[in-house]
Design a protein around this ligand. Sequence first.
Ligand code: PMP
Length: 426
Amino acid sequence: MAARGDGPYVLDTTGKRYLDASGGAAVSCLGHSNAAVNDAIKAQLDRIAFAHTGFFTNEPMEKLADFLCERAPGDLNAVYFVSGGSEAVEAALKLARQYFIEKGEGSRSRFISRRQSYHGNTLGALSAGGNEWRREPYSPLLMPVALLSPCYAYREKRDGESDFDFGQRVANELEEEILRQGPETICAFICEPVVGATLGAVPAVEGYFSRIREICDTYGILLILDEVMCGMGRTGTLFACEQEGVAPDILVTAKGLGAGYQPIGAMLVSDRIYQTIRNGSGFFQHGHTYMGHPVACAASLAVQTYVEDNNLLENVRLQGAALKNALEATFGQHPFIGDIRGRGLFLGLEIVEDKETKAPFDPARKINAKVKAAAMDAGLMCYPMGGTIDGQRGDHVLLAPPFIIEASHVDEIVSKLAQAFQSTFK
Ligand code: PMP
């Protein structure tokens, strides 16, 4: 049982310390018990804990909205706060539909996404995702969604194909699918700039996202980027898409936004969409009781201000590069590690049974659960998951430590992970 937090460490009720190299699930970007955030929460509780947005806006909500819009790429100038990632995705799906309905193009109702993606666990968000083993028990889902190839060079690139050509080939699947179904029926393409939970920190190859943006523009389709996991500085820039040089029409984010101090998510919306709805019905037909919650917004504002004032994104880039180098040096030749990838402090190690053929372990071996248990024994929290590879479950370890880690923590993560692998594969 978790008892308390201390910077990058979590202590259980027996007093055992665990280095939190997973940030929960890429959430706790400031570590635990940050005094500035705790103070901001207490101060807001003393002012007002809850004010329904049907009656009032509130100061932390407005300040947080300004903070995000001033820093967001492109013309993402409007923001809508919710309580988490799935809610943000649901809002994005509905807003995309409403945008076309208000433009008189209501036939554009279908979404396209990618295999091995995750957009949340509510029925709409689950329908939009491509995580087979989560979808399967609930099929048929709410809406049919065409699933394209992920931009996953390690597994999907053909022999002799360059990274760039591979990226263009899988991006072009979007155009083929739009033409197959008819552009007048398609509303939006949704994907994660860096695939988190299902694949373990897989970024796209260069040129992929520019081509995706071009295709969306050609056919008037909205681009929704899901930065719930990879956003808010996790990859070394505030928004992961900044590194791709593209701006989406809608961007959703959550986890690192509140860093676990309060539940919060956000949807950032392009001016074009906002103005269309403002000049149309003037009203987004969507609302949640806790949207723009004052305490959640105050916590999030304190988190984001702390990250910026302490130049923590520079530390993400620095320690992220150091961690990746150390992982490569220690596990690059490991017989069961197939790939090491990621950006900033969002890194993944793919576990394979055969390094040569890239064959995953039999799911019955439950390798990811074993790595997790062994890491916990060693005093390390990491995030091992089983994705779906060619219809089979594959295993990977996702690392997402807090932005405050130092060189000694990097060493500790690598040595404890080595310990965990040793006892898993002995
Ligand atoms: N999108 C992505 C990319 C995610 O990683 C997650 C959560 N892992 C979600 C959406 C759903 O967020 P939540 O769990 O806060 O509902």
